[in-house]
Design a protein around this ligand. Structure first.
Ligand code: AQP
Length: 335
């Protein structure tokens, strides 16, 4: 126990809003695994966030469990990390309400994700989509997280969490740890293979632009071979003018552990065809053990259930401590 309390705390989560992509893996899970020895880690499946966009209930349940298996298969040890499902810890919904009373309308209106998702779901611009960042702030602040590993796209939400925490602490004293975003240098923003100006997203309607963790090797290779490039023939990192090639370089750099310079030298004088095949192969090899292990874990229903039950119990213990403190500070009568 003493070892746990001396370490800094990390919280991060992914919505089960679609099958996990290469973006989810490189932008989030891979880094979580690297951080899991050094930090006291809480990694969750944020199912409550996912219903801000309409979901099919049976598929949501299935994807939530599959995601849990994929976390473990990627190397997150449930003994060393607290892995849980957000809706199993009711403190998230409770703190979210309190924090929404300390989050300004103007702040929420400025969130890029809200603007993007409202445009994509024009028939369902619900209040949850708008107040999503208050729930995300609750996720983070309940665990007094020092660091929040996220892809570059989520930086704005972590910054808003800091503003909410500072505002609350300014009124009531030091209640919350003010968290820092932790963004990987390479892989922070993996882009779609077909429209490299957009990020690779689980809920993308164009599956050709996405690589999924559980996808078969031949499908992965097909998507890479069809990846959009440019009219030059030179493998060079230049995200502004060569977004497609630069995205493939970022992916290859992480998958094969090579620097951009090494990649440029490796493919000097070679065509884009060779490059795309090599990137595809490196991704297939990186994802293969995760896919195989996920399939094995998912078959063991009792084990999966044990992991999420124990995770929820451990998470609730920490979260409820913070919630009690918050309730007391704002003036609610203790039960
Ligand atoms: N393409 C990406 N590149 C780098 N990081 C990414 N992340 C997601 N996509 C990329 C990171 O994964 C974590 C979990 O994100 P999330 O699923 O909770 O929310 P999201 O960012 O909205 O992810 P998606 O895939 O785009 O989901 P949908 O389609 O449902 O909106 C975050 O740390 C995120 O940065």
């Amino acid at each position: 126990m003493s070892e746990i309390t001396e370490k800094k705390t990390i919280l991060s989560g992914i919505q089960p809003s679609g099958d996990l992509t290469l973006g989810s893996y490189l932008g989030a899970i891979k880094n979580w695994v690297e951080l899991s020895e050094e930090y006291n880690c809480f990694y969750c499946i944020v199912d409550m966030h996912s219903i801000t966009v309409r979901q099919n209930p049976a598929e949501l349940r299935k994807r939530t469990l599959a995601q849990l298996a994929q976390y473990i298969a990627s190397g997150l040890d449930p003994e060393k990390n607290t892995i849980f499902i957000q809706s199993h810890v009711s403190a998230h919904a409770e703190l979210s309400w309190v924090l929404s009373c300390y989050t300004m309308f103007g702040e929420l209106s400025r969130m890029t994700q809200f603007k993007d998702k409202s445009a994509k779901n024009a028939d369902n611009i619900n209040a949850g989509l708008f107040t999503y960042p208050s729930l995300m702030a609750a996720d983070i602040l309940l665990y007094q997280a020092d660091l929040v590993p996220v892809g570059g796209d989520q930086k704005q939400h972590v910054e808003l969490t800091r503003d909410i925490a500072n505002r609350f602490n300014g009124i009531y004293g030091d209640v919350f740890t003010v968290p820092e975003p932790f963004i990987p240098k390479v892989g922070a923003r993996i882009m779609s293979l077909t429209t490299p100006e957009n990020k690779m997203s689980k809920s993308d309607k164009d599956p050709g632009g996405c690589i999924y963790i559980m996808q078969k090797p031949e499908e992965i290779m097909r998507s890479f071979k069809r990846a959009v490039t440019d009219s030059e023939t030179c493998v060079r990192y230049d995200p502004e003018n060569k977004p497609g090639i630069s995205n493939l370089m970022s992916i290859y750099s992480v998958a094969a552990g090579k620097t951009f310079e090494e990649i440029e030298n490796e493919f000097a004088g070679k065509g884009y065809g060779d490059f795309k095949v090599r990137v595809g192969e490196s991704v297939v090899e990186m994802l293969r053990p995760i896919r195989e292990e996920s399939e094995r874990i998912l078959k063991d229903k009792a084990y999966v259930e044990q992991v999420y039950r124990e995770g929820a119990a451990r998470a609730s213990y920490v979260a409820n401590k913070t919630l009690r403190k918050v309730y007391k500070k704002v003036g609610f009568v203790a039960k």
